[in-house]
Ligand binder design. Structure first.
Ligand code: PMP
Length: 371
């Protein structure tokens, strides 16, 4: 029998067997009482994982980009000013997305591997009347982590809605949405949340919901409009059947299993596990002669690593050797630097033995290509 390979890319990840068996169970009706309970439990547990008890949770069939789109569609009206803090590929995506809704977008870009200085963000906020500011908690193209706490503080100080793209961070990095004043925190199922691809997840603060209620123009995206979805989510939370678009029934029941496991582990412990494994992994890689893309330890993600190929080796040869190993890793993603680095995801169910297998495969590939 062919050996199963270890999936160490930054999403989708390895999933817990309990989650996969929920996914494979016979599909029930989206209005069945058991399903309504599961959906409601998911919405409530999301608020616990996000630490946003007063927020509104949304679960949609779609990928992380849909969650980004939902925030943009509901909060932006033509002519609104938006500030995008970009630490890589996904910041650029957010800028393009917001422009589609007529936003006047200003982008503040970091140098590769770095974050944008808070003083630069504050100067920008002073200069213009922004409605909204987005930032990528962990940019999956660079493995750079932005500290959300001061971003929330700046949002409050300048009365700007803050949108955290947490697709590569939620349930793997520390994030206290309500306490830190983050208005939207969004993610997708296939990363640290631990459910196969297909769910877009978002929690909105009361301030974000008010901003949507106070719009002067209708939401220019039919599927994403909270006018359709808010009553549905409220019904599920209150245990009533409701329908706008058919939910991804099996994915939602799998999400319930995963969120329970996340809360059983506890967010503090979970964040500490991710941080420790990531730190040890980076150190071992440095010992092997690799250099990390993030320039500082404090802004290095716990959910993935972005690693430059050493000068002495041929990247395509190294990736070729890795492809023959039992560990699947990801190539670079940042335009212009794609061939210069690779990425390893380490989030969700990841444990020390996964990290050891990955390091082993990397070390063997390195020895092979060095000859
Ligand atoms: N933002 C970030 C930080 C991501 O890592 C990703 C996916 N890699 C996305 C947004 C988009 O998510 P999806 O591919 O699920 O649409």
């Amino acid at each position: 029998m062919k050996r199963r390979k270890l999936l160490m890319i930054p999403g989708p990840i390895e999933f817990e067997p309990e989650v996969l068996s929920a996914l494979g169970a016979p599909t029930i009706s989206h209005t069945a009482p058991d399903f309504i309970t599961s959906f409601g439990n998911c919405l409530k547990m999301m608020k616990q994982v996000w630490e946003c008890p007063d927020g509104n949770s949304f679960i949609m069939a779609g990928s992380g980009t849909l969650a980004m789109d939902m925030a943009g569609a509901n909060l932006i009206e033509a002519g609104d000013k938006a500030l995008v803090i970009s630490t890589g590929y996904f910041g650029e995506r957010y800028a393009e997305l917001l422009r589609r809704y007529g936003a006047e977008v200003t982008i503040l870009r970091s140098d590769t591997g770095n974050t944008v200085e808070l003083s630069a963000i504050e100067s920008a906020l002073k200069m213009n009347d922004y409605k909204l500011m987005t930032f990528t908690h962990v940019d999956t193209s660079t493995a750079v982590r932005v500290d959300p706490k001061p971003m929330g503080e700046l949002g409050r100080k300048y009365n700007v809605l803050t949108v955290l793209d947490g697709v590569c961070s939620v349930a793997g990095e520390e994030m206290r949405q309500q306490k830190w004043g983050i208005d939207i925190a969004l993610t997708a199922s296939q990363k640290a949340i631990g459910v196969p691809p297909g769910l877009a997840l978002l929690v909105a603060s009361p301030k974000a919901m008010d901003a949507w209620r106070n719009r002067k123009t209708p939401v220019g995206n039919y599927y994403c409009d909270w006018t359709h979805w808010l009553p549905i989510m409220q019904a599920y939370e209150e245990g009533r059947p409701s329908y706008f678009g058919t939910p991804a029934v099996n994915l939602v029941t799998a999400l319930e299993v995963s969120l329970k496991m996340i809360l059983e582990e506890g967010m503090e412990k979970r964040v500490a596990r991710h941080a420790l494994l990531a730190k040890e992994f980076r150190q071992k890689l440095r010992d092997l002669g690799f250099r990390m893309m993030p320039l500082n330890e404090s802004s290095s993600a716990s959910t993935l690593s972005a690693i430059y190929f050493p000068e002495a080796i041929e990247p395509s040869e190294f990736m070729g050797r890795m492809a023959k190993s039992d560990v699947i890793i990801a190539p670079g993603l940042l335009p212009g630097l794609k061939g210069k680095y690779f990425r390893v995801g380490h989030m969700g169910s990841v444990n020390r033995s996964d990290m050891v297998s990955t390091l082993d495969a990397i070390e063997n590939a390195l020895v092979d290509v060095k000859g």
